[in-house]
Design a protein around this ligand. Structure first.
Ligand code: ATP
Ligand code: MG
Length: 393
C-alpha cells in the first residue's frame, strides 16, 4: 500500500476504536487499484461530523452541512465525510440537503461512477457493490445505477464522465454515453465554475484529444459558454499534436481554434469565469502568437514578452502543430543584456538626481534607455547610461 495510505491508517484506526466504521473511498481507491499516483485520500465514516471533531485535536469545518470535516493529522489533512445520501435535487444541481445514513452501501450508491464507488478498509479489503473493479479492468466509465436518473440528479456528472475519460483513457459504457447524448442540455443548469473545473481537468488530461471528441459527439459542447454552434472549429481539437499541459495553453489553444477576436478574448475568459490573472496571461500569449506568425520578433519584443510568455507561446504553437524555432527564441531571450525592467542599472530616482522632473518625459527617457540597453547599443551600467545622457544634453 502506498505511503499515503499507511500514513492515514491511524485516522481510520482512531475512528474504528471509537466504535465507528471508516473507509478510504473514491478517487484514492480507484487510483491505487490502477497503480496510479494517489494525490489525496478521502475518508468516509459512520461518525457524525461532531463525533469526528471530538476524536481529533485539529479539524476544520470544511463543509459541515454536507458532513465533511477536514482533520489535520501527522502533518497531513484528510477530508472525512459522514456516510450520506443526497436528496432534494433541484434544477439538476447539487442537492439542497443531505441525509446522514448508518451504512456504507447507501453512501456508495450516491457516487457518480462505479470506478469512483469503491471503498477500502483498514486491512486493504475492497468494498465493491457495483462491479467497479471489473470496470476498472475493462477501462469503462459506467454510471452507478440508472444513468439517466443520475444525470438528472446532477448534470455535472456528464462533464465528469468525459473528464475521467481524458485522465484515465477510459471509454464510456454504452448506456452512460447514450444518457449523456439524450440529456446534454441539462448541463445548462450547472454553474460555470463547476463546469470549468471539469473542463480544465479534461483539457489537461493526457487523453484530452480523445475525450474532446466525445465531448463534441455527445453535444455537451453545445451547453458550455461560447461553444454553441462552433463544432466545425472545435473539431480541430482532437487532431492537435499534443494535449495541453498548462491551463494557460489550454485556453489559448481553444481561443485560437474558435477564432475569438482580440477584443473578445476578455469577454470569452469572463464568460468562463476565469480570473483576471489568467485572462491577462492568455491575452499576452495570443498577442505573442500573432506576433510570431507575422514576423521574427525583435529583441525588444522578446524582452517585453518575458520568458514565461515566450515559453508558453512556443508550447501553444507546438500543440497547434505550428512549431516555431523555439530554442532560437528562448536562447535569444536568455542572451539579452537585461531580462526584466528591474535589471536596468538605473531607475527614475537616478534621472531625478540628474535634475529631471518627475513626469511623462521621465518615463519616456527611461523607456528609451531600456530599448538602447536591450538592443546592446548602451552597456547596462550607470556610467555608460550617464555618458549616453550627457551626450544627449
Ligand atoms: P480526483 O483524482 O480528480 O480528485 P476524485 O474521484 O477524487 O478524482 P473528486 O471530485 O475529488 O474526484 O470527488 C471525490 C469522490 O466523490 C468521487 O470519487 C466520487 O465518489 C464522489 N463524487 C464527486 N463528485 C460527485 C458527483 N457530482 N456526483 C456523485 N459523486 C461524486
Ligand atoms: Mg479527489
Amino acid at each position: 500500500l502506498p505511503e499515503i495510505f499507511v500514513k492515514a491508517m491511524p485516522v481510520l484506526r482512531t475512528l474504528e476504536d471509537a466504535g465507528f466504521e471508516a473507509y478510504f473511498v473514491g478517487g484514492s481507491v480507484r487510483d491505487v487499484l490502477l497503480h496510479r499516483h494517489v494525490h489525496d485520500v478521502d475518508i468516509t465514516t459512520s461518525a457524525y461530523p461532531e463525533e469526528v471533531k471530538e476524536l481529533f485535536d485539529k479539524s476544520i469545518d470544511t463543509g459541515i452541512k454536507h458532513g465533511t470535516v477536514t482533520v489535520l493529522y501527522g502533518g497531513e489533512s484528510y477530508e472525512i465525510t459522514t456516510f450520506r445520501t443526497e436528496s432534494g435535487y433541484q434544477d439538476f444541481r447539487r442537492p439542497d440537503h443531505v441525509t446522514f445514513v448508518q451504512n456504507l452501501d447507501e453512501d456508495l450508491k450516491r457516487r457518480d461512477f462505479t470506478i469512483n464507488a469503491l471503498a477500502m478498509d483498514m486491512h486493504g479489503d475492497i468494498v465493491d457493490l457495483f462491479n467497479g473493479i471489473e470496470d476498472l479492468k475493462n477501462h469503462i466509465i459506467r454510471a452507478v445505477g440508472n444513468p439517466e436518473k443520475r444525470f438528472h440528479e446532477d448534470a455535472l456528472r456528464m462533464m465528469r464522465a468525459v473528464r475521467f475519460m481524458s485522465q484515465l483513457e477510459f471509454k464510456l459504457e454504452e448506456k452512460t454515453e447514450q444518457a449523456i447524448k439524450d440529456n446534454h442540455e441539462l448541463l445548462k443548469k450547472i454553474s460555470v465554475e463547476r463546469i470549468r473545473e471539469e473542463f480544465v481537468k479534461m483539457g489537461l488530461g493526457p487523453f484530452s484529444r480523445q475525450a474532446f471528441q466525445i465531448f463534441l459527439d455527445t453535444q455537451l459542447s453545445e451547453d458550455v459558454p461560447d461553444f454553441a454552434g462552433k463544432k466545425d472549429l472545435l473539431q480541430v481539437y482532437p487532431q492537435l499534436k499534443f494535449s495541453p499541459t498548462m491551463e494557460t495553453s489550454l485556453w489559448a489553444v481553444i481561443i485560437i481554434l474558435l477564432k475569438v477576436s482580440n477584443e473578445n478574448i476578455g469577454k470569452f475568459m469572463r464568460d468562463w469565469k476565469n480570473s483576471n490573472a489568467m485572462t491577462e496571461k492568455v491575452e499576452q500569449i495570443i498577442k505573442m502568437f500573432d506576433l510570431i506568425a507575422d514576423h521574427v520578433p525583435t529583441d525588444y519584443e522578446l524582452f517585453e514578452a518575458g520568458e514565461d510568455i515566450i515559453i508558453n507561446t512556443i508550447d501553444v504553437a507546438d500543440i497547434l502543430g505550428q512549431p516555431v524555432s523555439s530554442e532560437a527564441l528562448v536562447d535569444r531571450y536568455l542572451a539579452l543584456p537585461i531580462k526584466t525592467p528591474s535589471e536596468l542599472a538605473v531607475d527614475g530616482r537616478f534621472l531625478i538626481k540628474r535634475g529631471m522632473r518627475p513626469g511623462a518625459q521621465l518615463g519616456r527617457t527611461l523607456n528609451q534607455i531600456r530599448k538602447k540597453v536591450v538592443a546592446c547599443e548602451i552597456e547596462n551600467s550607470e556610467e555608460a547610461i550617464e555618458q549616453y545622457l550627457d551626450d544627449l544634453d
